[in-house]
Unconditional design. Structure first.
Length: 75
């Protein structure tokens, strides 16, 4: 399971490992529910954009899911 920001060359996470130096980025896994959540702490306006989750299956198939993160400011 891989999380990446769409258009970025390098992944943010692979499995439970983080591949960026940004301390705010992590992955949270809930094994009993088979969930892999991308966590961005202290979210900033610059974090807005499309993130992609890639899931590889046993038969070498890849499933891609795109999620758009929209940031709203509270004023």
């Amino acid at each position: 399971m891989t999380w990446r920001r769409l258009g970025a060359v390098h992944p943010l996470t692979i499995g439970v490992s983080t591949f960026v130096s940004d301390w705010r980025v992590a992955v949270e896994s809930v094994y009993r529910d088979n969930e892999w959540n991308l966590v961005i702490s202290d979210v900033q306006h610059e974090d807005e954009g499309t993130y992609q989750c890639q899931i590889n299956t046993k038969d070498d198939q890849s499933n891609f899911y795109n999620i758009y993160l929209h940031i709203k400011s509270r004023c």
